[in-house]
Ligand binder design. Structure first.
Ligand code: SAH
Length: 395
């Protein structure tokens, strides 16, 4: 355990419940702390403020675990945290038509750097720093005490050096048979918990998929850009879309999207799936005078190809403008981003700029941020990274 002194501003924030330990908050000089070390944050007189752990991430150097000086950070502590988090999701556990959701959302549930997702009884644990991973044994014991785990898988989301390549995501319990078919509001999705960095579905978009299916797809043509496994296309098709077009440049998006349609009983041959760069597709569609009633935009925060680099913080207005060129008059654009470096207000200015540049007007129909199971720290909306806006085009 090391003691680190923090500045007055940090004391105020930490006391208010701010969960992140920022590098700049530390006034102790020349500190060289190992990943996973427990830290007592103290004021200039050595007075106790909070206990955290050291774990370097893009956002800070660690996370607060408790503000009770006597509380031990052990198996019991982790079991309690996970049990409390699971209790908050009682409705999800009891749901008849949804079997995949987030059980534990890092800092929102009191342990930054750790997320736990539920997939039909299987638990997927994601570790975001070497520091939090050093508590692995106690956290797994705590998890098994807190909930009934059918089987456990994990993802290491920090730089592990060369170990990276052959990491087996299976941890313990029953081995899953993949694809595992999960339910979400009555839709089916195929997931694989042991196949690279991602599982096949982004659970934080659940409410967006439901809105797209229930309110915007019936008899509409839907273009899904940056489509990954085509989860939005499936929702649109199940909502009665006249047709869907999914565009993603990753080769594996084709078999994965076919699979998502298949598990929902949709003939994939009746849908369009394109393996190509979205920006090339925009030119292609514009040249052929294609217009879509609904266009979904869900780019990664950063993307780089041989020809270009795209960043949502810089290029979203252009993306909106490109999309507008192939959106029907009075159509809908669903603009999404998970870039945590800007907030909803800023995102709306990108949308305004895109429309202004295209000489079009718009109405915002609905907005979404993280769903209920992706709990964010009280008072700190900056941890609510997801921003989705349903926009009605007025042309
Ligand atoms: N909308 C998806 C998730 C998108 S993840 C969903 O809801 O499931 C981002 C995807 O963008 C990845 O699958 C990646 O392959 C794709 N991608 C990144 N740059 C791209 C580009 N220039 N053109 C097409 N796809 C791209």
């Amino acid at each position: 355990l090391v003691e680190l002194q923090v500045d007055a501003k940090a004391i105020k924030d930490l006391t208010n419940g701010y969960p992140l330990i920022l590098k700049d908050a530390i006034v102790t000089s020349e500190v060289n702390v190992e990943e996973g070390t427990l830290i007592h944050l103290v004021d200039k007189n050595g007075g106790y403020i909070a206990t955290g752990y050291y774990g370097a991430q893009n956002k800070g150097i660690g996370w607060v675990l408790t503000r009770k000086e006597k509380e031990q950070i052990d198996e019991k502590f982790f079991a309690k945290k996970i049990r409390e988090a699971a209790e908050k999701r009682a409705d999800f556990f009891a749901s008849d038509d949804t079997s995949a959701f987030r059980v534990f959302n890092g800092e929102g549930d009191g342990i930054g750097g750790l997320t736990i997702d539920f997939f039909n009884g299987f638990y997927m644990v994601s570790w975001y720093s070497k520091g939090i991973y050093s508590f692995r044994e106690d956290i797994y014991k705590g998890l098994k005490q807190a909930v009934n785990t059918r089987g456990i898988y994990e993802k290491l989301r920090f730089n592990t050096g060369d170990q990276d390549m052959d990491h087996n995501d299976y941890v313990s319990g029953e081995k899953g048979e993949f694809p595992l078919i999960i339910q979400e509001n009555g839709m089916s999705y195929a997931v694989d918990l042991n196949d690279g960095a991602m599982t096949g579905i982004f659970l934080d978009q659940r409410n967006v998929r439901k809105a797209l299916r229930d309110k915007y797809s019936n008899e509409k043509t839907v273009l899904n850009t940056f489509s990954y496994t085509g989860a939005f296309s499936v929702a649109a098709a199940l909502g009665g879309a006249a047709g869907t077009t999914s565009v993603d440049l990753a080769k594996r998006s084709l078999p994965k999207t076919i699979e998502q349609f298949a598990v929902n009983g949709i003939d994939f041959e009746s849908q369009d799936i394109k393996v190509m760069n979205v920006f090339d597709y925009f030119s292609y569609a514009a040249r052929h005078d294609l217009k879509f009633d609904v266009v979904v935009l869900d780019p990664p925060s950063f993307a780089r190809t041989k020809k270009m680099a795209f960043s949502t913080a810089k290029d979203y207005p252009k993306l909106i403008k490109d999309a507008l060129a192939i959106t029907a008059d009075n159509g809908i654009i669903v603009a999404s981003t998970n870039n945590s470096s800007f907030n909803m207000k800023k995102f709306k200015t990108f949308i305004e700029k895109g429309f202004a540049d295209a000489g079009a007007r718009f109405n915002i129909l609905e907005t979404h941020q993280l769903p209920e199971d992706f709990v964010v720290p009280h008072n700190y909306p900056e941890f609510n990274y997801l921003k989705v806006v349903f926009i009605k085009v007025i042309k």
